[in-house]
Ligand binder design. Structure first.
Ligand code: NAD
Length: 345
């Protein structure tokens, strides 16, 4: 049996702590080191090797690192790891700008390293189930998709606004669930908190094949809401990612056994609601990274998909600034995102 993979977590705030807990629970991986610029954060891991930053971890024979530092630091931390030949799971958003995200993706690709970006929303059990059912054709043609993501103000996130911080999940989900890249966007944003970033946003996305998607984002809400609504040939399908529930308002205009293609009319049918159980998303992501490093089949989110998400959020911010539609750099957007890949290692 091979020895456990040696892992470290860099950045021990909210996300880093969740990663550390996930790594501690999976077989075949040993969390051996942590790094954080804040000594009080490191002190919570007295049994592990501790460093102040990424450079202090080099030379410790690590198989991979989780980068959970603020987004503004992802490029510097990630490039240091790539230069040292260390595989990495980098939190979302991959980088603060498209240019930085492209540099990161190129650095890991050129060295043939395993790298992924933490788009954990795909691993929410209800969203994973929705993706499976969409690909199986259960809902037929998908006409349009709308997302609503509201949160209270996250005092710890200071380097990004609502679009880059949480809207990044929605642009990734739109491309992942529809299987179509976002080709252009229009948007408006508002800043309420005086932190110099967008706190509210609405964005409209045109997909590669003319499909429609929209997003409504707030980080100044008194509640947490994560909602997706899909308009499909089989009726309306909504996912509440907080309660992990899928609700299908069926289309009675489609008879039993009728093909779910083309628009065949829409009328009110039965309402079917399911609570979906499944593994905790960070745990599932840790398992996928371990499997990728072990050369097993896996479903890691590629850095190119992370780049595509940053391209879309950057276009949304530009569209809001300019007040016009802005194209998304589709040439860098990857093909089918859900394919299970074999690791190059
Ligand atoms: N996938 C998700 O659902 C999810 C959820 C929350 C946050 N995130 C992402 O995780 C990242 C961190 O967010 P957070 O909420 O945990 O922030 P946080 O502020 O709670 O934690 C960041 C930690 O990094 C440390 N740090 C800062 N610069 C560092 C450096 N150069 N080297 C080492 N340590 C450094 C800080 O001291 C702090 O402990 C962000 O990119 C964020 O977008 C992802």
């Amino acid at each position: 049996m091979s020895p456990p993979l040696r892992a470290a977590v860099i950045g021990l705030g909210w996300a880093g702590s969740v990663h550390a807990q996930a790594l501690a629970r999976i077989d075949g991986v040993e969390l051996v080191a942590v790094a954080d610029t804040d000594p009080t954060r490191r002190a919570a891991y007295p049994h592990l090797y501790q460093a102040a930053d990424v450079t202090g971890l080099l030379g410790h024979d690590l198989d991979y690192c989780v980068v959970a530092t603020p987004t503004a630091t992802h490029e510097q931390v990630g490039l240091t790891l790539a230069d040292a030949g260390i595989n990495a799971l980098i939190e979302k958003p991959l980088a603060p700008t498209l240019a930085a995200a492209l540099r990161l993706a190129a650095a890991f690709e050129q060295r043939g390293l395993v790298a992924s970006v933490g788009h954990t929303e795909r691993r929410n059990p209800a969203i994973a189930e929705l993706a499976t059912r969409l690909r199986a054709g259960d809902f037929g043609d998908l006409y349009a998709l709308a997302t609503r993501r509201h949160s209270p103000f996250p005092d710890r996130i200071r380097d990004t606004g609502v679009v880059s911080d949480i809207g990044i999940h929605d642009v990734d989900l739109i491309a992942y669930l529809t299987g179509r890249p976002i080709s252009s966007v229009a948007a408006r944003t508002a800043s309420l908190t005086g932190r110099g970033h967008d706190d509210l946003a609405v964005a409209w996305c045109l997909l590669d094949d003319g499909g429609l998607a929209s997003m409504e984002l707030s980080r100044v809400a008194p509640l947490k809401e994560r909602l997706l609504v899909l308009h499909t040939a089989a009726g309306r399908v909504s996912v509440d990612a907080v309660t992990r529930t899928i609700t299908h308002h069926t289309n009675a205009a489609i008879g039993a056994g009728a093909p779910l293609t083309g628009f065949r009319g829409m009328s009110r049918g039965r309402v079917i609601s399911h609570h979906i159980e499944g593994p905790e998303p960070f745990h599932a992501q840790s398992l996928a990274f371990r499997d990728a490093l072990r050369g097993r089949a896996h479903d890691l989110v590629t850095l190119r998909e992370g780049v595509a998400a940053v391209a879309a959020t950057e276009a949304i911010l530009a569209a809001a600034r300019l007040g016009t539609d802005v194209p998304v750099a589709t040439s860098i957007i990857p093909k089918a995102s859900h394919a299970v890949e074999e690791s190059p290692l």
